[in-house]
Design a protein around this ligand. Structure first.
Ligand SMILES: [Zn+2]
Length: 74
């Protein structure tokens, strides 16, 4: 498990966790650019820190982002 941090975006408060290349074994679609994140690419996982349905619900709805795409997300 990577280090967790909290970041504020225009959409609210998010918990962000880095995912190392060795732990990345599936293909994900990045919500920032709509392109695939191939296996073996270090990226990050984000879920709402302010979900009114609770963290369990937020984690279930987590999204995988390219590191760059998350950084430029306002
Ligand atoms: Zn992306």
């Amino acid at each position: 498990m990577g280090v967790k941090r909290t970041e504020r975006k225009r959409t609210g408060l998010w918990t962000v966790q880095s995912q190392s290349a060795s732990k990345s074994v599936k293909v994900y679609t990045c919500p920032g650019c709509g392109l695939e994140i191939a296996p073996g690419i270090a990226h990050l996982v984000a879920w709402r820190a302010d979900d009114i349905m609770g963290e369990e619900n937020a984690v279930a709805a987590r999204r995988h982002w390219h590191t760059h795409c998350w950084r430029v997300e306002p």
